[in-house]
Structures are given as C-alpha cells and as structure tokens.
Design a protein around this ligand. Structure first.
Ligand code: UDX
Ligand code: ADP
Length: 512
C-alpha cells in the first residue's frame, strides 16, 4: 500500500458507526458508543427481524444490568436498530462485524474450528454494496488470520474506487457486567495493518474510544497478535476455573475446603483472587468455543502437545459437570427415576438470560436420562429456551415434554422435589425461605449447591442434606464429621466419608 495515500486522516472525525449483528456483543457495545459519543450516529443492523423488533421494543433481546436505561436514552436519538444491512454498510465510516462465530458442527474442523460462514457472508456483502472508504472492524471472536481473510475477500470483490482497512478490535465484555465492562474496560485492544493507512485506521478507531477511555488503556498492535490475544485471554481465564475445579475434586476426596484453598492461593499477588471460584463448570458462548478454536489452530500448525494442553481445560470442565450430575444420582440412593428435582438456575451465570453452554443444560440432560422429572426455575430464562436447549442436547423432545416443567416461581419448582440443584449463582437463591421449602419436600431433602453460594450450616440446621463443590458439609445423616482420608480408599476412611461419593470413584461403596 502507498505510504503517501491517506485513506483515513488521523484528524477525521467519525460521524457514523455501523454494526452488523445485534447480539450480546453488538447491541450493548453500540449502545455504550452511542451513549458516550452523542455526535456519532450509531446504527445496529441484523438480518433477523425478530431480534431487531425486540431491540426496538420495551423488552430487549438481551438482559444486561444498565442496558435498558442506555437504550431508552439513546434509541431514536443517535442509536438505531434496523434490518437494513445495505444502508448500514453504505452510511457507516466505521463498520463493526459482530456476527456469531459458532464452533463448526460439520466437515473439516468439526467440533473445534470456528464457523466463519457468517463473517464471510458479511465481508462479501460489504464488498458488494459499500460506497467509499471504510474501516471494517472485526469484533466477533475469530481465529488468527481472519482479518486477512476478510481483507482478501474485500479486496477481491470491491468496486475499484473503494478502499478498506480491516482492524481487529476484540471485545472483552463479560455477560452480566457488559455495561460496566464497556464503560470502564481494563483495556481496549486494536490490531491493524503495519502501514501508514493501517496506523491511521487504528488512530481513527482509537479516537472513538478516547471519548471515555484513558489513552493508556488503549493498546495497539499487529492484527495477528490482537486476534490471538483474545483467544488466549479467554483460554487463561477458563484455565483458572478448570484448575480450581480440578482442585475441588481433591478437596472432596481429602476433606480440604476449596474455598479456603482458593483464598490462600489467591492472596499471592502473583496469582490474584479472581476467577478462582470452583463451580459446577464454566459455560457461556466464549470459553469452550475459543479454547477449541485455539486447539484447532495448534493442531493445524502441527503443535499437538500445545493442542492437548489447552484441550485438557475443556476436558476438566466436562469432568466437573459429569461429576456433579453423578453425585446427585448417587446421593438420591442411586436412582432418580420418577423423582422430582428442582433445577435452580438455567443461565450460564447470574445476571444474564443467556444459556449457551450452561452447565445446567448438561446436569439436566444427565438427570433426564436417569428418568428424573425436572422443575426448572430461572429468573431470566424463558420457558421455550429451556425446552429448546434440552431438546438440542438430549435429542428426545418427547422426554423433555413429559418430564420437564418450567416454573415461574422458585417455591413452585421446589415443592415436592427430592432435591434442589443450584446451577446458577443468582442472588435471589440466597434469600429464599428455606425452612418453608424444606417443609414442602420429601425427606431426606437434598440441596446440591453447584455454586457454593448458600449458607450450608443454616441449611443443615433446617434439616437439609447438603452437598457442594470442593467441600464436605457435615450433614445430619452423618454420625461423624467428615474425616480426612487419603482419598485412596485405604484403611477405614469410609467412616467419615459422605455417602454421596462418586460410585465410580475409589470410595465407591454406598452406605444406604
Ligand atoms: C468471558 C470473558 O470473561 C470475557 O472477557 C469475554 O469477552 C467473553 O467470555 P463470559 O463468558 O460472559 O465472559 O462470562 P465469565 O464471567 O467469564 O464466566 C464464564 C463462565 O465461568 C460462567 O459460567 C461462570 O459462572 C464461570 N466462572 C467464572 C466460574 O465457574 N468460576 C469463576 O471463578 C469465574
Ligand atoms: P454474539 O454473542 O457474538 O453477539 P449472537 O449470536 O448473540 O452473537 O449475535 C450475532 C447476531 O449476528 C445474530 O443476531 C445474527 O442474526 C446476526 N447475523 C449473523 N449473520 C448476519 C448477517 N450476514 N447479516 C446481519 N446479521 C447477521
């Protein structure tokens, strides 16, 4: 590219930003840009008219604390939602691509590689209809070198008068705290081509973020580093969770408390306390997908040892979900057939209605396979979403129809249930009237706290049998406090063992 040709002058004021894809990333991101840049007209488009209809209604398609207020303030002023993809492309100087990049379910790279068909079709559409120069910003999480693919498609199909610069600007927002993360991010990462036009494009995009983000938090680098950084950041976060979840299994086998171990470990300033909360397993649209994507890249680059290292993060997560689900069955006297079980929380984390890869889906599917009847309660997940997820995972819609009830009230879900299974850490679960719930349950009444959020001592005082992650709770039915054993099933360690040990594990003898 000619160093003298200035496509995007550094001092050019951006006046129109567009975004293709009105999902969990595109919607909130653009809402915050509109809020912070009142002089920029921000248009978010999507090919799904239902989704756009929801963005234009009082019930937004995405639940995020603080989002409603921002949309209400900006919508119709400088924030617009439309299905008109062509007009959005044509009128925008900076164009975010924020479409879905799910894991491939077919062909080469099945189960690992990201499916880039939506990104590719958007790139082709931009090349076809764009008028004038554009900065195209890759916001969706994509494999390394995707920006190059987008640039190649744009170049091969463009009208000769148009010029494009492709930037990587990965989003680090977490669901449930998206608005806070967007308003006050740890960093903004922008990767671009190492050329004068590339630098200008980076500067132009930076000028938008600089309206509310200190310049020292805006990091610029080459495109490939930026793309890889996003995958690696998610892989590191997920790795921490799998690490503490692996430790939780050791804690259960030995009598240590994973919360205490996490506290001690996290106090080391080199490690830090965040993302050390042991749980039933991580979910969400990013962690598993991005790690599998990284694994695929490593395999493609003939780095099998590296691929295996990262794959283990996902394997431990699967192990954790299975372990928890099996423990429920074991505790309920090895059979849940025909028993009502309350699934408390279906979203993959609190403060979101998103269920993608939620551990609750896998725990529920396991219990359904064992013949349980499920009563599902989640404050933000709609009934048809629960049904869709369980149909997809089990492949048995008849079973889902006959054995799953979605309740709109937690007490209704708990009534008559043999067990409460906490899958999502919703705050509301901490303040329920558990004495009232206990009274309406067959005995022994179990609580399986997959999020470690409840007051276990209080629950056992009420009379519940409590099982949680990475810690043995001293239950009413146990005559001894949990004894510390070596976890190898030697000696008479079983005396203090919980009767719910995994039947497949070393301490497999059940004491009924
Ligand atoms: C993640 C990244 O945090 C974010 O930067 C990226 O942009 C998208 O992916 P998200 O998936 O929305 O965000 O949520 P996150 O808060 O990371 O939680 C992911 C999963 O891990 C949830 O199921 C959560 O409950 C679980 N988790 C998180 C734990 O089990 N323990 C922890 O200590 C932290
Ligand atoms: P994310 O979590 O990454 O935001 P979502 O699945 O929530 O992903 O949103 C992606 C959105 O992108 C969907 O609403 C989908 O309809 C939209 N989309 C995908 N391909 C296109 C396209 N070619 N043109 C317009 N919108 C698209």
């Amino acid at each position: 590219m000619q160093a003298t040709v200035s496509l995007f002058p550094a001092d050019a004021m951006v006046t129109r930003v567009g975004c293709i894809g009105a999902g969990y990333v595109g919607g909130p991101t653009c809402a915050v840009i509109a809020l912070k840049c009142p002089d920029i007209r921000v248009t978010v488009c999507d090919m799904n008219p239902t989704r756009i209809g929801q963005w234009n209604s009082d019930k937004l398609p995405v639940f995020e604390p603080g989002l409603d207020e921002i949309v209400q303030k900006c919508r119709g002023v400088n924030l617009f939602f439309t299905t008109d993809v062509v007009a959005t492309i044509q009128e925008s100087e900076v164009l975010f691509i924020s479409v879905n990049t799910p894991t491939k379910t077919y062909g080469h790279g099945k189960g690992r590689a990201a499916n880039l068909k939506y990104v590719e079709s958007v790139a082709r559409e931009i090349a076809k209809v764009a008028r004038g120069n554009k900065i195209v910003v890759e916001k969706s999480t994509v494999p390394v070198k995707s920006a190059q693919s987008i640039a190649d498609i744009l170049k091969a199909n463009r009208n000769s008068q148009n010029k494009f610069q492709v930037l990587s600007n990965p989003e680090f927002l977490a669901e449930g705290t998206a608005i806070e993360d967007l308003l006050n991010p740890d960093r903004i990462l922008i990767g671009g081509e190492d050329s004068p036009d590339g630098w200008k494009a980076i500067e132009t995009l930076s000028s938008v973020y600089k309206r509310w983000i200190p310049a020292d938090r805006i990091i610029t680098m080459n495109t490939w580093s930026s793309e890889l950084s996003k995958l690696v950041a998610n892989a590191f976060l997920a790795q921490r969770i799998s690490a503490i979840n692996a430790v939780s299994a050791v804690c259960e086998a030995t009598g240590a408390d994973v919360g205490q171990v996490a506290l001690a470990v996290g106090k080391d300033s080199r490690i830090g306390p965040r993302f050390l909360q042991a749980s039933v397993g991580f979910g969400g649209s990013c962690f598993q997908k991005d790690i599998l994507n990284l694994v695929y890249i490593c395999e493609s680059l003939n780095l099998p040892e590296v691929a295996e290292f990262w794959l283990n993060v996902v394997s431990i997560n699967d192990y954790q979900k299975q372990r928890f689900a099996k423990r429920i069955v074991n505790c309920l006297f090895n059979t849940v057939s025909g028993k009502r079980i309350a699934i408390m929380g279906f979203a993959f984390k609190k403060n979101t209605g998103d269920t993608r890869e939620s551990a609750a889906i896998y725990v529920s599917a396991h219990l359904l396979e064992e013949g349980a009847r499920l009563a599902v309660y989640d404050p933000k997940v709609e009934a048809d979403q629960v049904t869709r997820d369980l149909n997809n995972v089990t492949g048995t819609p008849d079973v889902v129809r006959d054995q799953v009830e979605v309740c709109s009230d937690p007490y209704e879900a708990a009534r008559g249930a043999h067990a409460l299974v906490i899958c999502t850490e919703w705050d509301v679960f901490q303040t329920l009237d558990y004495a009232r719930i206990f009274a309406g349950m067959p005995k022994p009444a179990y609580v399986f706290d997959g999020r470690k959020i409840l007051d276990h001592e209080k629950l056992t005082k009420i009379g519940f049998e409590v099982e949680t992650i990475g810690k043995r709770v001293r239950n009413v039915s146990q005559s001894h406090p949990a004894a510390i054993t070596n976890g190898a099933g030697s000696g008479d360690g079983a005396a203090g063992l919980n009767s719910c040990e995994d039947a497949t594990g070393p301490d497999s003898e059940m004491t009924l």
